[in-house]
Design a protein around this ligand. Structure first.
Ligand code: IPE
Ligand code: IPE
Ligand code: MG
Length: 269
């Protein structure tokens, strides 16, 4: 091979940026635009282990995790996912060391401040679910601000699950419905799935079609128990800060190759 040909080969054929780009367009081309999951939910896990493997503090894992949030949000806009829900902080995460909880809350505030422009640029509406009153007042204020500023955006709804626990959500729902029954506003016979749905934090969201969890853990960790009833589950070993568009496209393709039967037989579909 001549020197020129070798240079050409190294620059254009084996250049890692070009290789990643080619892989991305290859995956993107295979995605069926008609069967994109309407509601994609992600348990973003593995920040701590990512940092530990690099000899860093856990906080660095969380900071790098925010880059993956940006990349995946943009990828979802690109393929027209209308609802993206990200598990960012669970009710159980309050039990972590105080210093880590404080850092996560500070990171939430700084990310919201930073990303408002990106949300607007992509026409994304921000939403939040969970026991938001439990968040520090600064985080509540920033969240309210961004939700208000993006409320007319229509391309995608990005929901952050914060201080979210599915059992807490279902308990709150039962309390609210019971109170209405007590006041005579509804009778027990009128309690159906729709009514329950309308009392959940997720009342404005459709059921989850695809749930992705990173970092190799295969559990739900108190996330959207009701809303995941018929979701397709996808687990990957990739740690959240390493999760890229290509990983997401692979997950979507995997989802699109499944048969969602909803109790029926193959022949009935
Ligand atoms: C996910 O990463 C982020 C949150 C739960 C806030 P982790 O912090 O759980 O990372 P691991 O599981 O310890 O690696
Ligand atoms: C679940 O991750 C919560 C979030 C991703 C926010 P965890 O890392 O807290 O989950 P468990 O406790 O290991 O199952
Ligand atoms: Mg974890």
């Amino acid at each position: 091979m001549s020197l020129r040909a070798l240079l050409f080969h190294l620059l254009l054929v084996e250049n890692p940026v070009i290789v990643i780009f080619k892989e991305m367009s290859r995956l993107l081309e295979q995605i069926n635009k008609d069967t994109i999951p309407q509601h994609l939910a992600i348990i973003m896990d593995g920040n701590g282990r990512w940092a530990k493997a690099k000899g860093m503090f856990r906080s660095m894992g969380h900071e790098n995790g925010t880059k993956a949030v940006r990349e995946i949000t943009e990828a979802c806009v690109e393929i027209n996912v209308p609802y993206l829900t990200l598990y960012a902080f669970s009710t159980e995460n309050w039990n972590r060391p105080k210093i880590e909880v404080e850092l996560l809350m500070r990171l939430l505030v700084s990310s919201l401040k930073k990303e408002i422009k990106l949300l607007d640029k992509h026409n994304i509406k921000l939403n939040a679910i969970g026991n938001l009153d439990a968040l520090p007042s600064k985080a509540q204020k920033e969240l309210r601000d961004v939700i208000e500023k993006t409320k007319n955006n229509t391309k995608m709804t990005l929901t952050l699950a914060l201080s979210y626990g599915s059992r807490e959500e279902i308990t709150k729902t039962i309390q609210e419905i019971s109170l209405k029954v007590k006041k005579g506003l509804i009778s027990p016979e009128n309690i159906d799935e729709k009514l329950i749905n309308n009392h959940l934090y997720t009342q404005d969201l459709p059921d989850v079609d695809l749930l992705i969890r990173t970092s190799g853990e295969q559990r739900i960790s108190n996330f959207l128990l009701w809303q995941l009833a018929y979701a397709e589950l996808y687990f990957t070993d990739v740690l959240w800060p390493d999760y890229t568009k290509n990983h997401l496209f692979e997950a979507i393709l995997n989802y699109q190759n499944r048969e969602r039967r909803f109790g029926k037989t193959s022949e009935q579909l």
